[in-house]
Design a protein. Structure first.
Lengths: 427, 568
């Protein structure tokens, strides 16, 4: 227990020290790397374990992503803010995963509050409708968590599920996820792309009360409708981060579909979620490198990167390949495992799921073409990634490749069938 | 026996080395890739001999366990089919490498091209020697991705558009294939070839298309149909053929590999799963219809095109249609025989086509202007020879073969249709080579007819031997023919229709050449130019897809504009 406490406190300590070093971004980054590195070593070595195997696996994943996000952080004006908030969220999320309820819910609320405050602190104007939507969504999540503490039974389960649907985006509650990841500075979106869904997943796994059958059916319907809706939104966007987040939301909706179709948080779905979030994180990290160079992520202004920036193009190509669910990377194998573990031979909704998978794949290919193909813009000075900038992306790709062989039992919940469906007619 | 893994590993190693040190190696990349592929070819030939003598080779790297994807076992299963395909792939790759040495010399991405080509060879080799259907699918998908990388040029807008089309069509096929795999695993609990075939044969089950609707389909039919869609996409079958002409701008060696190797994947897949397809007559009938449609449409479109690469592209689509048709007839081995012959032939044609294009660019008077020859009076001998070869002989084959060869028509429908193929192919070949006008004497005419018989005989002998080589188990090949048999009335209708078409076609051509007029209704005459325009525009299928995409895009934009801004 002491080890857990140390690992949880360490990021807060790092964040506090970083506050004093605010004017020296390079030192802040080095300190944060040290903190994240020690946390990763502590978790990966098995010296520190969470409340259950799922929690430990998720903690390790979050810590590794934090390390990669700090490593990929460009030393811009926003860097200290991004790093410090990242460390705070790391500490809070580790604490949420290590603790049991109601501690977990308290920390979840803190994470949502931190993200909402940061969005507000960045002085969003009335025109930033998406950011306001995110703040509202996060507010609903905090309220749902608070309310679940005072009620019990099915109502508590429904409220907890609402909070989970805000973290792991489910239509129509995806505002918080989409808005946060599209608006936050630095590599925070890349970090949150892993943190929020992982916490949402752990929330689903830890649901102790019974979820009514009609709600489960509703979840399936919302997941499928939400995926198609996000596909529609993604197809008309021109902001790189927004497109990536929308497509990630589509892919996450398949997790919700699986939870609804099987009536439980199956380990295969958890494994799938972790690989999808990693791929999204890698893509957002690549987006951060572009934003640091060119100051914008508008695909109408940015194109033809394949020729002038071959290293970047290769890595982004591979990341997109992984996100598309092509073999050699974890998303493919986890998707296969999840589909094979689906409930009936081929449920009708399964056909829609495969259609959604196809649409996501085509949207990613379109993104690849818009970003990398075409004649380079004559008014843009292109600059390829340096070797140190390559490292975080290579790390993400390596993790995605390793994802093919991650043992499923890592995501096996401690207790069985947490999302218990009240079967119709059961006394 | 594990040395056989060197066959796919050698091209992989070459790809890795060139991929890493390509910027240093540059023009010397081929010195690494070509020997590796040539050595792989030698290894593939040795493997074929070994497999023929000692039976299938099985190599396992990884057994299913709790780690990783629990249904996937990694390994190779090399039987005669795999070995034959390995020889074909490495053979074609060798030819392409030798050709590319000089042809691609001035290309800026020379090293990248060789690395990708070596990687494609590796993926193809692994695909044909996969130990189970999931592993086959993994390499199948990688092939889609590599095809995209090989056939696009990132700064050329039409190529980019074509590449997206290629990927989109192949991805649709991939998802259908994936559905088939998931369904197979859910129903039979395995993805290993032999246990899957055994369980599918043991447990005939049906599958409800919609709960409570009463609409049911045989599980094997559903699985094979889904996988067939995958095969359709890779083998460019109608209406999924649009990607092949769209990859027109790819370098000539890539075309050669595409038309001689990659496109054969569909035929190989059906052959690999032949025992499963043998249990699904309905799927085989669908394959026959799709293949037939593709062959007819592609041949008609080819006749109206003027670009050499487009013509060859549609020729390949037509040949793939034939190949799928053969699968639909249960003649699985014949399909492989066909794709080998076509692969070698088309690789040569494409590589020559590259030279012709280069020559045309350098020499303004090439190709020479077409001079219309004045129509000669109709000599009797050539026409008599033509009639014998392309009208009488097939009719004799069709109507008398069952007596002479003791092949009962109704029990061996596939054999009869196969004889038709033999006739069509041989007649076309002979007529193309010598042209009717060249038949000036009885001696030449006799030689032509004799050659025709010789070709048909050789074709029959080779195909028959090849069938027993690939499917040596007694009665196996015959069982597939039986499974693919049509209802007697449909078969009779088919035979009568084809006979009427042949006689009708001949009558029209004969009377036209003689300057006489056959009674064709006015609407029939008016239809001709319209049909020409339709085929010239490739039946507007590309336009339909494009309009569909544009309509979807417009709809998305309208809905997006109508939604409030705060809604994510």
């Amino acid at each position: 227990m002491h080890e857990v406490l140390v690992v949880t406190i360490l990021p807060f300590l790092g964040a506090t020290i970083s506050l004093f070093l605010w004017s020296r971004p390079r030192v802040v980054k080095a300190a944060a790397l040290l903190v994240a590195g020690v946390t990763v070593i502590g978790l990966a070595s098995g010296a520190v374990t969470g409340s259950d195997p799922t929690a430990t696996a998720l903690m390790t994943l979050i810590a590794v992503t934090a390390f990669v996000a700090v490593l990929g952080q460009q030393l811009t004006r926003q860097a200290p803010l991004s790093i410090v908030v990242g460390l705070i969220i790391l500490g809070l999320s580790l604490a949420a995963l290590a603790g049991s309820q109601p501690v977990e819910h308290t920390f979840l609320g803190c994470i949502m509050g931190t993200v909402a405050l940061l969005l507000l602190w960045r002085a969003i104007g009335p025109a930033d409708a998406l950011a306001w939507g995110a703040v509202a969504g996060l507010g609903v999540g905090i309220l749902a968590l608070a309310a679940s503490a005072v009620v019990s039974g099915s109502i508590a389960a429904v409220l907890q599920l609402v909070a989970c649907a805000i973290l792991l985006p489910l239509f129509p509650l995806q505002a918080a996820f989409v808005g946060s990841l599209s608006n936050l500075p630095g590599t925070l979106p890349a970090f949150l792309a892993v943190v929020l869904p992982c916490l949402g997943w752990h929330g689903i796994v830890s649901l102790t009360s019974e979820v009514p059958v009609p709600l489960i059916h509703t979840v399936i319907a919302l997941a499928l409708v939400g995926a198609l809706y996000e596909a529609l939104r993604a197809s008309v966007q021109f902001h790189l981060a927004r497109i990536i987040v929308s497509i990630t939301t589509i892919l996450f909706s398949l997790v919700w579909w699986h939870v609804g179709a099987t009536g439980k948080a199956a380990p295969e779905a958890g494994w799938y979620l972790s690989t999808v979030s990693l791929a999204a994180s890698g893509l957002l990290l690549a987006g951060h490198q572009l934003e640091a160079r060119y100051g914008f992520l508008d695909l109408d202004k940015l194109r033809g990167l394949a020729r002038p920036t071959p290293r970047f193009a290769t890595l982004v190509g591979l990341l997109l390949m992984a996100a598309m669910g092509l073999p050699l990377f974890g998303v493919f194998s986890t998707f296969m495992a999840m589909m094979i573990a689906s409930p009936s031979p081929m449920p009708q909704s399964g056909v829609i799921v495969l259609l959604i998978w196809l649409i996501a794949s085509l949207l990613l290919m379109r993104l690849l073409q818009r970003l990398l193909c075409g004649q380079p813009k004559p008014d843009v000075v292109y600059q390829d990634l340096t070797l140190t900038e390559l490292l975080p992306l290579v790390l993400v790709l390596s993790l995605l490749a390793l994802g093919v062989h991650v043992p499923v039992h890592l995501f096996q919940p401690a207790a069985q069938a947490h999302v218990t469906v009240v079967a119709e007619g059961t006394p | 026996m594990s040395y056989v893994i060197l066959v796919p590993l050698l091209p992989l190693l070459a790809a890795i080395v060139i991929g890493i040190a390509g910027s240093v190696l540059r023009k010397r990349s081929v010195r690494i890739a070509a020997p590796a592929v040539i050595a792989a070819f030698a290894g593939a030939v040795a493997t074929l001999v070994l497999v023929t003598l000692n039976g299938p080779i099985s190599v396992r790297f990884y057994e299913p366990s709790t780690a990783g994807l629990s249904v996937l076992s990694l390994g190779f299963y090399i039987d005669r089919l795999s070995a034959v395909m390995m020889v074909l792939i490495t053979g074609v790759s060798t030819i392409i490498y030798l050709y590319s040495m000089r042809y691609m010399q001035q290309e800026r991405g020379y090293a990248r091209f060789h690395a990708l080509l070596a990687l494609t060879t590796f993926v193809l080799l692994c695909m044909v020697s996969s130990a189970n259907i999931l592993m086959l699918f993994i390499f199948w998908q990688l092939l889609s991705w590599l095809l995209y990388l090989l056939s696009y040029h990132y700064s050329h807008p039409p190529t980019i558009e074509g590449a997206f089309k290629t990927y989109a069509v192949l991805r649709v096929g991939d998802v259908a294939f994936l559905s088939g795999i998931i369904l197979a695993y859910r129903l039979y609990g395995t993805l290993e070839f032999q246990p899957l075939f055994a369980r599918a044969a043991e447990v005939p089950s049906t599958f409800s298309l919609w709960p409570g609707s009463g609409l049911e389909i045989s599980a094997v039919t559903a699985i094979t149909l889904l996988i067939f869609i995958g095969a359709m996409s890779k083998s460019a079958q109608f209406p999924m053929h649009v990607w092949l002409p769209a990859s027109l701008y790819a370098p000539t060696p890539v075309h050669a590999l595409l038309h001689a190797g990659i496109i054969n994947a569909g035929g190989f897949l059906i052959n690999r799963l032949a025992p499963l397809y043998g249990l699904a007559p309905d799927t085989l009938h669908v394959a026959f219809v799709i293949g037939g449609l593709t062959a007819i449409i592609a041949a008609a479109i080819m006749l109206t095109q003027s670009d050499i690469k487009t013509m060859l592209g549609f020729s390949t689509i037509g040949q793939m249609g034939y190949m799928i048709m053969e699968c639909g007839l249960g003649a699985f081995a014949l399909a492989i025989f066909h794709l080998i012959a076509h692969g070698l032939f088309k690789a040569t044609v494409f590589l020559n086509c590259g030279n012709v294009i280069h020559m045309a660019r350098q020499e303004p008077r090439f190709p020479p202007e077409h001079i219309h020859e004045k129509a000669e009076a109709l000599p009797r001998l050539p026409w008599a020879t033509g009639v014998v070869m392309t009208l009488l002989l097939p009719l004799i084959i069709l109507l008398a073969a069952h007596g002479v060869l003791r092949v009962p028509l109704r029990d061996a429908q596939g054999a009869v249709i196969f004889l038709f193929f033999a006739w069509v192919t041989s007649a076309q070949a002979i007529l193309s080579l010598y042209r009717l006008r060249a038949v000036g004497s009885w001696k030449v005419a006799g030689v032509m007819v004799f050659t025709m018989f010789l070709v048909i005989g050789t074709y029959l002998w080779a195909a028959e031997s090849f069938t027993y080589f690939l499917y040596p188990a007694p009665g196996e090949a015959a069982r597939y023919f039986e499974a693919a048999a049509f209802p007697p009335w449909l078969f009779d209708l088919f035979v009568v229709t084809v006979t009427v078409l042949i006689i009708g076609g001949w009558t029209v051509v004969y009377t036209n050449v003689r300057g006489e007029h056959i009674l064709i209704p006015r609407w029939g005459l008016g239809l001709m130019p319209r049909l020409y325009m339709w085929f010239w525009n490739r039946l507007y299928i590309d336009t339909v897809y494009m309009r569909l995409g544009q309509a979807l895009s417009r709809l998305a934009r309208r809905v997006d504009a109508a939604l409030p801004e705060w809604l994510p």
